[in-house]
Write a protein of this length. Structure first.
Length: 226
């Protein structure tokens, strides 16, 4: 599901199910991070890192620990950029060489209604108006949840480039259906605060893709090197 949202330079690995999660092994450094966590948290932590290590295999990079850094963002091996996500028994990781991709973010969510009290906290008035239009045309898709996921992917791509927080209301996300397949499309996130510098170019937006299937929705953002 995730790999269809990403360019060829990015490798993605995904898996489903609690059984798979239970078999994933951790390095001692990783075990120390979750030693006091509940069993569910330990399984999720391990499963998504197994996906990341399988992605390392695909890139020809030796397997190694993936420890959380500042604000919980994963610390990737030198020369790599990546992102991880998990929800409802779904686990995924995406990796690329830093020479090919500047940053990336992926997110998966259950394809279910976003709690009503959350929507005003994470959206702008213009976004809510566009969500109403999308809902009128395609009521089969939970557009507010999709918008939430898109903003999660934007933040995951933003943070490694800036080391700074990006509030939900500091990016205006426009979701597009693109006239393609019924359950895939794109989105554009216009930054409402100064974006990170890539070389001499300051980013003003992030571009992403989305898909909905099998009770899940997923989004991904890829930031090109130039």
């Amino acid at each position: 599901m995730i790999d269809e949202l990403l360019p060829d330079a990015v490798v993605a690995v995904e898996t489903y199910g609690a059984e798979e999660a239970g078999r994933a092994a951790l390095y001692p450094e990783e075990q120390a991070v979750v030693v006091r966590a509940v069993a569910k948290r330990r399984r999720e932590f391990a499963a998504v890192r197994e996906c990341a290590r399988r992605a390392m295999d695909k890139l020809g990079v030796p397997r190694q620990p993936v420890l959380p850094g500042e604000r919980g963002a994963p610390r990737w091996p030198a020369g790599l950029v990546g992102s991880m996500t998990h929800c409802d028994g779904y686990y995924a990781a995406a990796l690329a060489r830093a020479t090919d991709v500047a940053s990336l973010g992926i997110d998966a969510e259950p394809h279910a209604a976003l709690p009503e009290e959350v929507l005003p906290a994470v959206t702008l008035p213009d976004e809510r108006r566009r969500l109403d239009l999308l809902g009128g045309r395609r009521p089969d898709i939970h557009w507010p949840r999709l918008l939430f996921s898109a903003k999660e992917s934007v933040y995951k791509a933003w943070f490694p480039l800036t080391g700074a927080w990006l509030d939900f209301k500091e990016a205006d996300v426009d979701i597009r259906t693109d006239g393609g397949t019924p359950h895939t499309g794109s989105f554009q996130a216009r930054l409402l605060v100064p974006g990170p510098l890539l070389g001499e170019h300051r980013l003003t937006r992030f571009d992403g893709r989305w898909t909905v299937r099998a009770g899940l929705l997923a989004t991904a953002v890829t930031v090109p090197v130039s």
